[in-house]
Design a protein around this ligand. Structure first.
Ligand SMILES: C[S@@+](CC[C@H](N)C(=O)[O-])C[C@H]1O[C@@H](n2cnc3c(N)ncnc32)[C@H](O)[C@@H]1O
Length: 314
């Protein structure tokens, strides 16, 4: 399933693009993406044009990843609905927009970021949203909220700070903390360190894990998922791309104060062959393959609808 930016957010971005040089934005986006690939951070985003280039090139993908994660959270905790959200390292406000789409009844939204150019853009994009506060600040000192979100933020800090930062965010989370990171070994490594520290501190995993036991991923394996999103013409131009979609790889962690563990998670693409479908699963017993034979018609029909990232209930 494709996840696109909400129409209101797309319209706000389009309005800011009016009269902007697409060539200049593409050049800025290319410089930013080369800097990220080289381990750089958003600190180089210094002007209005830089911030807009970031939003055009990256916001559709980070939005799609966060929105997919929040759908997973809602699946395992259907009664969860935050009354307040704090979006830490909010950038242009991506995760807040995803959370408002998941839980439109949220009353208060705080977007915190250390980058002035990105805060200014977040304010313009959110101009028509009710009760949004945009504050300057650091991940080390964050406001309290029912739901704390930090999307693609730990990647900007040294890996050694991931666990400590996650604990500070957890202390400010009334009910839930959601972390989303690039679906790379480095992104997962931060998620894994945060997971271990948060479980030690008494938190429970809501997703993707269906258990609070040690993470069984070893060696070259890293837990990550993929979300498809459409690319607009401006998005394609900013990324010098020639297909109208992209697949965003991400790793994530949603932690709660009450245990919700059940079932198993599909942690890699299922593979279908003549005899049946193999589902790579992770659950409390570790990593395993479940095989659903084609001759078991009902189970096979059901398994065929399952995808990477889905929950399998017993
Ligand atoms: C890659 S961007 C992600 C933005 C947004 N969360 C998203 O998913 O699109 C990382 C954001 O984290 C912010 N950031 C990095 N280090 C920070 C810190 N120590 N305190 C507050 N914000 C920080 C950056 O300014 C930037 O906006």
């Amino acid at each position: 399933m494709n996840i696109a930016l909400p129409a209101e957010l797309s319209a706000a971005l389009d309005a800011l693009l009016e009269g902007a040089s697409r060539r200049d934005l593409a050049a800025r986006a290319a410089r930013q993406s080369a800097a990220y690939r080289g381990g750089g951070t958003s600190a180089d985003i210094a002007t209005e044009a830089d911030a807009l280039a970031y939003a055009i090139a990256r916001m559709p993908a980070t939005y799609a990843a966060v929105r997919a994660v929040l759908a997973r959270v809602a699946q395992v905790m259907p009664d969860f609905a935050p009354s307040s959200i704090a979006d830490i390292g909010a950038g242009p406000g991506t995760a807040s927009w995803a959370a408002l789409d998941a839980w439109p009844g949220t009353a208060h939204v705080t977007m915190l970021d250390s980058n002035a150019a990105l805060r200014a853009l977040a304010a313009k994009l959110a101009a028509n949203l009710p009760d949004v506060r945009i504050v300057a600040g650091d991940v080390g000192a964050v406001p309290q909220a029912d739901l704390l979100l930090a999307s693609y933020v730990l990647a900007e800090l040294p890996e050694s700070r991931a666990a400590h930062t996650a604990l500070r965010l957890w202390e400010a989370s009334g009910r839930m903390l959601v972390l989303v990171e690039p679906g790379t070994p480095a992104g997962f490594s931060r998620i894994r360190a945060a997971r271990a520290a948060l479980i030690e501190a008494g938190a429970h995993v809501a997703a993707p894990c269906t258990h609070d036991a040690d993470c069984p991923m070893r060696g070259d394996d890293w837990c990550h998922f993929s979300q498809r999103l459409p690319r607009s013409r401006d998005h394609m131009r900013a990324k010098d791309a020639n297909v109208p979609f992209e697949d965003e790889r991400y790793s994530y962690l949603a932690m709660t104060r009450t245990p919700v563990a059940k079932g198993a998670r599909i942690v890699a693409p299922p593979s279908e062959a003549k005899p049946g479908i193999a589902l790579p699963l992770c659950d409390v017993s570790g990593l395993r393959q479940a095989f659903v034979p084609r001759r078991d018609k009902q189970a096979f029909r059901h398994a065929r609808k399952l995808d990477w990232g889905d929950l399998v209930l017993d």
